[in-house]
Write a protein that binds this ligand. Structure first.
Ligand code: PRX
Length: 637
């Protein structure tokens, strides 16, 4: 496969960027010609940010899986599409060629059809990181069903909330998942979720851990049995459903500043074109290279840069089931060595955690195949950046620091590996088609360089969020209403003297814990569900490995006098309501919370105390009861 749109020099980037902003329709229309369409579009772009209403490639017809699979069969059919490394290094890895992946996707698409799944139906996928997860995702896309992948770290309650919101009648899961030394009982979590979701018609279960599970007649079926049925039916191909460019491709739930996660909706054509374009340009992918993105497909990074972007580009995508520290902290390096990985794309939290193990885990590992390194998910501190550069890239591999979001679908601000300059802790320059702008609290533009502000985007790019599932108004108020006619990212950023961007973090009540987005309101709601809790306030604080930790101030009147046990109860409540990923790192019991006279919690003060900054708390005179601040300052954890 060749990529005529791959940018080859800094000068070319500047030229392409200029054109993309002046004439987005001409620019993206040219790129779209490199994809397989059933019918060409009538109009490249129509948009307004006031509703919002954004439509790319209207009138175009396609199926994303024909782009990810069918079009590669002739030339790349025998090349690996997915290489899979299991959790346990003693187990066999798997290599799935494009031809094999095509066959498996068609087969499973037929399984979905046999089980009553139709175009437009929502299918929830709750699986570990095995190739069947990618197969299930693509099989949904093949028949026009809308997938909604849920990360394995979410609880039954979170799954139930999402199933209800998406009105998903179908589930694909596994008996269990292996992650490091743990077995996660996925099917049993699904069973708990389904108590509150009687509308779910079918649960298809893939065997991975062979954990005993319940299988309910009429509702639960085994993946393997269903495949046998398809095999006995003879023809195993599955014609791809013809989709409109703007038909929904998937829903992915993410946290915002309100208590309820939102279902971010992406559509077929724009998402495909933007993820492919950014994959090819940011990583400067060369045909034949092995791309290892360590994210989970439960998050947007996995959707865009394990599944859709790489496969549409005909690349080889390496999927890893386990975690970086099991059986030891050399696991990533073993994988790089074993498969001669060329591109490694991971999160700052993983780098910081591995840094903590020193250089021993690197001994004897051949990392010379690496050509490009990438990071995503949170700001990378300079120390971690330099460690990555020196010890992993051996100062020969450009590091791309990619800033983007679930809502943006693909990378928005990043250097292009080896083409545009890198700068430690800076995402650097916008991708073609992306026009960042800073505004102050009043929405006034902050112009020029060496400035900071709230980061907004001026015009749509092809994979911009289209709506929040079932509630378009929520999409408008969340992203398009804070500053009229701009998409507001929720992030703060700086622009240096050369116009390079540095993302400084969220300016709303959203935390970024180990690269996972968690809303403070969500955690508070969960804590408040504990029977002994009167009220709580949650803030983030700097955490050496996780980037941000979760700090909860809790008014507690439970009868347990043992504070430690009470903290564990509260933590267990959060794990039950949201999932283990949202467990607070610190819980401080307090008698009151600092509130203004209108009843608003002054988080600024709580944040400072959580950071250990007990002086300079700023103006506390507007507080209803300034005395609570002293009590909190003197409190114990
Ligand atoms: O705060 C930014 C941070 O992660 C947020 C988006 O989270 P999520 O939707 O879960 O997507 C993560 C993976 C794309 C952003 O609002 N973030 C993401 N990448 C970076 C980042 N912060 C700084 N630098 C980055 N490279």
């Amino acid at each position: 496969m060749s990529y005529p749109y791959q940018i080859k020099s800094y000068d070319e980037y500047k030229e392409v960027y200029k054109k993309s902003i002046q004439d987005p329709e001409g620019f993206w229309g040219d790129i779209a010609k490199n994809f397989a369409w059933r019918k060409k579009w009538d109009k490249v772009l129509e948009w307004n940010f006031s509703e919002p209403n954004v439509k790319w490639f209207q009138g175009g017809k396609l199926n994303i899986t024909e782009n990810c699979l069918d079009r590669h069969l002739e030339k790349l059919g025998d090349k690996p599409a997915i290489i899979w490394e299991p959790n346990n290094p003693e187990d066999h890895s798997r290599t799935i060629t494009y031809k094999q992946l095509y066959n498996k996707v068609c087969q499973f698409a037929n399984v979905l059809k046999n089980n009553g799944v139709k175009k437009g139906d929502r299918v929830c996928i709750y699986m570990g990181m095995i190739p069947e997860l990618a197969i299930a995702v693509l099989a949904c896309a093949r028949i026009g069903a809308i997938h909604s992948v849920i990360f394995g770290g979410f609880s039954a309650q979170s799954i139930a909330d999402r199933l209800q919101d998406a009105k998903a009648e179908f589930i694909v899961t596994c008996d269990g998942a292996f992650r490091g030394a743990k077995d996660i009982p996925l099917k049993s979590v699904i069973d708990d979720a389904l108590i509150a979701c009687p509308f779910v018609k079918k649960v298809i279960v893939y065997t991975r851990t062979r954990t005993p599970i319940s299988m309910i007649k009429g509702r639960d079926v085994w993946w393997e049995d269903e495949i046998l049925k398809v095999e006995s039916q003879g023809d195993q191909t599955c014609d791809a459903e013809e989709m409109d460019a703007e038909d929904m491709l998937f829903i992915l739930y993410t946290s915002g500043s309100t208590g309820k996660p939102k279902g971010v909706v992406h559509t077929c054509a724009g998402y495909m074109i933007y993820t492919t374009y950014t994959f090819v340009n940011v990583f400067q992918y060369k045909p034949g290279e092995i791309h290892f993105c360590t994210a989970d497909i439960g998050w947007i990074t996995g959707h865009s840069y394990i599944v859709y972007g790489p496969l549409s580009a005909g690349a080889t995508s390496l999927m890893f089931e386990g975690i970086p520290t099991w059986p030891d902290a050399g696991r990533f390096w073993d994988i790089v060595d074993k498969f001669r990985v060329n591109i490694l794309y991971t999160a700052p939290t993983a780098i910081r955690s591995l840094m903590g193990f020193g250089l021993d885990p690197l001994k004897g590992k051949n990392l010379s195949s690496l050509r490009v390194l990438g990071t995503v998910g949170e700001p990378i501190n300079e120390e971690a950046w330099h460690w990555y550069d020196e010890h992993i890239g051996k100062k020969k591999c450009p590091i791309v620091d990619t800033w983007w979001q679930t809502e943006t679908g693909g990378t928005m601000i990043s250097n292009l590996a080896g083409i545009t300059p890198a700068k430690p802790s800076f995402a650097t320059l916008p991708m073609p088609g992306v026009e960042p702008i800073f505004v102050d609290e009043n929405g006034k533009e902050i112009e020029g360089n060496s400035v900071g502000g709230n980061l907004c985007i001026k015009q749509p790019w092809p994979s911009i969020i289209r709506t929040t599932y079932g509630d378009h108004e929520r999409c408008r108020t969340n992203y398009f209403a804070t500053y009229p006619n701009l998409y507001f990212t929720g992030d703060g950023a700086l622009r240096d003297e050369n116009g390079f961007y540095r993302i400084t973090g969220r300016v709303d009540d959203v935390l970024n814990v180990s690269g996972h987005r968690i809303g403070t309101a969500e955690v508070e709601n969960a804590i408040n569900m504990h029977s002994g809790v009167v009220e709580s306030a949650v803030v983030g604080y700097p955490h050496d490995i996780k980037g941000q930790g979760i700090y909860a101030y809790v008014i507690y009147t439970g009868h347990h006098s043992d504070d430690d046990l009470a903290r564990k109860d509260i933590s267990a409540t959060v794990a039950r309501i949201i999932g283990p990923i949202a467990r607070p790192d610190k819980i401080q019991f307090v008698k009151g919370l600092p509130k203004t006279r209108s009843g608003k919690i002054m988080r600024r003060i709580l944040r400072k105390i959580a950071e250990g900054e007990l002086k300079n708390l700023g103006d506390t005179t507007t507080l209803l009861d300034p005395g609570v601040v002293e009590e909190i300052k003197g409190g114990k954890l």
